[in-house]
Design a protein around this ligand. Structure first.
Ligand code: NDP
Length: 300
């Protein structure tokens, strides 16, 4: 019988390994600065998925020696009140990272909120200054999910130079920054989207295939180049046999025999996103205090 376990890229284990290193960096930062690195997390409204994400982020921070401050608002909060709160956090020297959990209620402009965060504390890497730096190849704060994907790819493949990387999805938080990171790793990159005609014509060239579209089990074996590495970013909630289930964008069972390796959902990219948020928080604590920081996340 075919054994798929050897092909699984274990995001839980990789995230634990990374967090172990971040914990050491956090403790060195504490010695330097006489205080723990600190992240402030703002949660607006009662979105149950957001509440779970925030809870996991705070728990992880506390486990590895990062101080966390949670600030909750009802969904009726005024945009101006949120902006004043962010300004206060920007001005507090002991706060290294600020994260506003998205999505926000419709009456609040996400763009305005992201723009109001001090770029040196923008641990999500969404501020246009950090985004621009990424595209210039000057890495400041990098967005957590693409950073986590890159880390997994380097651990899996070593050097990525010369490989064909195809990204499905062109969002600002995953697809576009992912392409930029892979370009800097000397991949030949193609980015595809919902208007791409004949998607498989592109994906069949992919040594590395990254899917971030939000469509359950959309990627099938007819999209896959034999021996490729597949990173499934999608998190899709579906009902199967009357039970709630989370599946990725990739039809795992359909593609598994064809791939070299693949991230599962859950247990692949998701845990890496949180680990990278912690990495960014500790990195911010170093850089804001003029301490030298080695980007261990890019180690192979
Ligand atoms: P968006 O909805 O912002 O973007 C989806 C992208 O997929 C768009 O560019 C869209 O194209 C493209 N797309 C949609 N349908 C198709 C199709 N049939 N063929 C090709 N491209 C298509 O999503 P996000 O980037 O925010 O998230 C994507 C998925 O990743 C979601 O499931 C989300 O939950 C998950 N996610 C997981 C994270 C993690 O930590 N694991 C973190 C962030 C997201 P177009 O631009 O033309 O509309």
């Amino acid at each position: 019988m075919f054994n798929s376990s050897s092909k699984i890229i274990d995001g839980i284990q990789h995230s634990k390994n990374l967090l172990h290193r971040v914990k050491t960096l956090a403790s060195v930062s504490e010695d330097f600065n006489k205080r723990k690195p600190c992240i402030a997390v703002i949660l607006v409204g009662e979105n149950s998925a957001s509440e779970i994400y925030v809870k996991n982020k705070i728990k992880t921070a506390n486990n590895i020696g990062i101080k966390s401050i949670k600030i909750s608002y009802p969904s009726s909060v005024l945009e101006n009140d949120l902006l004043s709160q962010i300004k206060k956090l920007n001005d507090q020297n002991e706060v290294d990272g600020i994260l506003v959990q998205l999505p926000l209620p419709n009456h609040i402009s996400e763009e305005k909120i992201v723009l109001s965060i001090d770029p040196s504390k923008d641990v999500d890497g969404f501020h246009p200054i950090n985004f621009g730096n990424l595209f210039l190849g000057n890495y400041t704060m990098l967005p957590c999910t693409p950073l986590g994907c890159l880390h997994l790819l380097k651990k899996e493949l070593g050097s990525l130079s010369g490989l064909n990387a195809v990204i499905v999805g062109r969002s600002n938080i995953v697809g576009k920054p992912m392409q930029s990171l892979l370009l800097k790793e000397n991949c030949t990159t193609i980015i595809t989207h919902s208007k791409t005609i004949n998607l498989s014509e592109f994906t069949l060239k992919a040594d590395i295939l990254i899917s971030a579209i939000g469509k359950p089990k959309f990627i099938k074996k007819n999209h896959i180049k034999p021996g490729s590495v597949v990173i499934d970013v999608g998190i899709n909630r579906i009902k199967l046999d009357n039970k709630n289930k989370i599946v990725g964008d990739v039809d795992f069972e359909d593609v598994i025999e064809k791939v070299k390796s693949i991230t599962p959902v859950p247990g692949g990219v998701g845990p890496m996103t949180i680990a990278c948020l912690m990495y960014n928080t500790v990195k911010a604590s170093y850089l804001r205090n003029n301490n030298k920081f080695k980007e261990v996340i890019f180690d192979e």
